[in-house]
Design a protein around this ligand. Structure first.
Ligand code: ADP
Length: 656
């Protein structure tokens, strides 16, 4: 925003200079009055109103400056809606200064009015109004730095110039010359000739050209205005400063776009390997640096090179960073970014590249700590500027925040990995124990049966209850071991292609029928919704049966009496879908994430005392994935759950 305001100011300054210049040359002033004819502004007044300072004229009644005999003339003229030119004397102390007062209706702005007064020696024959109107309108419009009037034959009849058009290389002595003999740029001459040849009547033509024979290549705009049948006016304006302002503005806009883009890129991804080259690249682009690197602080306090561009020796650079010496050491010590315009003058400088001339070294500070360093280098002595350095600061905060996030992300990932490893270890240990437990449990169960059979009658009530408890515990152990065995079986089948055509319709039907008893015992209603036709998939019927049964059992098990369980089989797209829906206890959201991990059990008030191993869902998921299928799961605590899966339909050509 600031740069835009500066630019506008600069532009109006350019306008003002052109105005003043031209007005001085013409001994003219532009006067602006308000509706009470009080002077609001005067530009270029010096000679005509020599008695008054331009500033002190502000607020003065204009009529008080006009010779009394002419005041009515002026009032009438000012009321006119047409363009006009009048002549009258202005009071200059004891003296009078004749002026020609010209206005055209286009210079009216609301209640204000502007006109030009030009000092003249004495009253003259007034020019036709139209001619003046066009001249003045054009003057007001274009504020030229050079004004040339030529006849139809090309001969120059009038010429005014200011220092802003020096690079065009023509001077006052051109009056009387033919325009084609002047040193004006060919582009302008060609355009003028064309205008003369075509003979366009009252028409303004704009052309742009540059004084390409000069080294600084000034940039101009010319307007060709036909004044009469025989006269053309060429108004030339030096646009160089304006163009520079415009270029500057464009550069700023480009810069801001770059910042915006970098911000988007940096927030799009947390992957350090992907984003760090992007961040470095943005920094290089923003500063026009030729080389540089980005390093991140490690948890032990050292720095790790993330990304670099340039002929660096990576090992050397890493050493440099690890030891935090030289300029790096200094900026880290003071936590302050530095622009070193000439590294040869810096006693701390240790070269990492051969011909570095200037350097930017920036510690990247997140909220609480230094998370990295950014170094940019150039071999050129005019590449880095304070402005570029400050501009870079716009994104360093963003890069630091990104590093901060990425470090956090990495730590979380590491943590998760550790958890996963622990989980695997747990599973492995249980698996090993399972093998060792299988036989002893079978032993316990066997001897239990014998005991029951042999001494049943000799036992007291409480002794029999103890025996029942041993039985329940042993059966639970057996369930765990058999669950683990199922898992192992599936794992072992992983690579074996043991696929059969499975009629999913009869499989679902069978599984539901088998669970009917359990549902009745649990005082629940079990519904089945089956399609009219058979549905075939490829797979292992035993495993799929186990998966469906598990889901139906769970739905009954984790629902209170009087609940409803719906089992549905249908087709969606190219897949068969099995859904088991209950309106039971449901699962709290914060416990859903690990639901399919082995041995994971949900703990809620309602399900606390329900027995289980935490292996069922893990097993189901394994089976379904082995069948190239996907799990379906949704649950709301207190409302119920939906478990299910989809697996690809068998190709019709294979259904035999
Ligand atoms: P288990 O039933 O042996 O505990 P599972 O792996 O089958 O093990 O299920 C894991 C957990 O998911 C269970 O402890 C139970 O809390 C929850 N759960 C499974 N199915 C349902 C369901 N239909 N409704 C509510 N909770 C369920």
């Amino acid at each position: 925003m600031k740069s835009r305001i500066q630019a506008t100011n600069q532009q109006s300054k350019i306008h003002m200079n052109s105005y003043n210049h031209l007005l001085k040359l013409n001994h003219s002033a532009i006067v602006t009055l308000d509706s009470d004819l009080i002077i609001k502004d005067v530009v270029g007044a010096s000679r005509i109103l020599s008695h008054h300072q331009a500033d002190s004229l502000r607020g003065v009644d204009y009529l008080s400056l006009v010779a009394p005999d002419y005041q009515n003339l002026v009032v009438d003229a000012l009321k006119s809606l047409e363009s006009y030119a009048i002549e009258y004397p202005l009071l200059q102390g004891q003296h009078q200064q004749w002026v020609r007062h010209q206005a055209d209706h286009t210079s009216e702005r609301g209640s204000e009015c502007s006109f030009i007064i030009q000092a003249i020696e004495a009253p003259t024959h007034q020019s036709p109004v139209n001619e003046i109107a066009i001249r003045e309108r054009t003057l007001l419009d274009t504020l030229p730095d050079m004004l040339i009037v030529i006849r139809q034959n090309g001969v120059i009849t009038d010429f005014h110039t200011s220092s802003d058009t020096q690079s065009l290389g023509i001077h006052d002595d051109v009056i009387g010359q033919n325009i084609s003999d002047t040193k004006l740029p060919q582009a302008l001459l060609d355009e003028t000739q064309l205008y003369l040849d075509v003979g366009v009547p009252d028409y303004v033509q704009s052309i742009e050209f540059s004084a390409d024979d000069t080294t600084d290549n000034d940039y101009f705009e010319a307007r060709l205005v036909r004044l009469s049948n025989d006269e053309i006016m060429i108004l030339i304006r030096n646009m160089t400063a304006m163009k520079r302002v415009q270029d500057d503005l464009n550069q700023h806009i480009e810069d801001l776009n770059l910042v915006r883009q970098v911000n988007i890129e940096l927030s799009a991804d947390l992957d350090m390997e992907y984003v760090s080259p992007l961040a470095l690249d943005a920094a290089l682009r923003m500063t026009h640096a030729q080389a540089g690197y980005l390093a991140m602080r490690e948890s032990e306090g050292g720095f790790k090179l993330l990304s670099h561009l340039g002929a660096y020796d990576e090992a050397y650079l890493q050493l440099h960073l690890t030891n935090q010496v030289g300029i790096i050491g200094r900026i880290l010590k003071h936590n302050r970014a530095e622009l070193i315009l000439d590294v040869s003058q810096d006693p701390d400088y240790i070269p990492a590249l051969e011909d570095t001339h200037a350097m930017m070294a920036i510690p990247l500070l997140s909220k609480t700590q230094t998370v990295g360093v950014l170094v940019l280098e150039t071999a050129l002595d005019d590449r880095f500027s304070r402005e570029r350095f400050q501009f870079l600061q716009l994104i360093t905060g963003r890069i630091a925040a990104f590093l901060d996030n990425a470090i956090l992300h990495r730590q979380t990932k590491q943590h998760l990995e550790e958890v996963r490893e622990l989980e695997q270890l747990k599973t492995d240990m249980i698996r090993i124990a399972n093998h060792d437990l299988k036989n002893p449990i079978a032993g316990i169960m066997g001897y239990m049966e014998l005991l029951r059979f042999d001494i049943k009658d000799k036992l007291s009530e409480s002794e029999r209850a103890y025996l029942d408890k041993i039985d329940v515990a042993a059966k639970k152990m057996q369930r765990i071991t058999s669950g683990i065995l199922s898992l192992e079986r599936i794992e072992q089948l992983k690579d074996q292609q043991n696929l059969k055509t499975v009629n999913l319709m009869s499989l679902v039907n069978q599984s539901v029928s088998e669970q009917m008893d359990y549902a009745v015992r649990s005082e629940q209603i079990l519904y089945r919704h089956l399609p009219d036709d058979n549905i075939y998939v490829q797979g292992d019927p035993l495993q799929l049966h186990e998966a469906i049964s598990n889901l139906v059992q769970n739905a009954i098990k984790y629902s209170p009496p009087q609940s409803h369980v719906h089992v549905t089989l249908d087709i969606v797209g190219q897949k068969a879908r099995v859904i088991v829906e209950d309106n039971g206890f449901g699962i709290p959201e914060d416990q859903q994430e690990r639901l399919f991990s082995p041995f994971y059990r949900v703990t809620t008030r309602e399900t606390r005392f329900i027995e289980g191993t935490g292996l069922g869902l893990h097993l189901v998921k394994n089976i379904i994935e082995r069948h190239s299928g996907e799990m379906i799961f949704e649950s709301t605590y207190g409302e119920g759950s939906t478990f299910g899966f989809t697996i690809p339909l068998m190709l019709p050509s294979l259904v035999g």
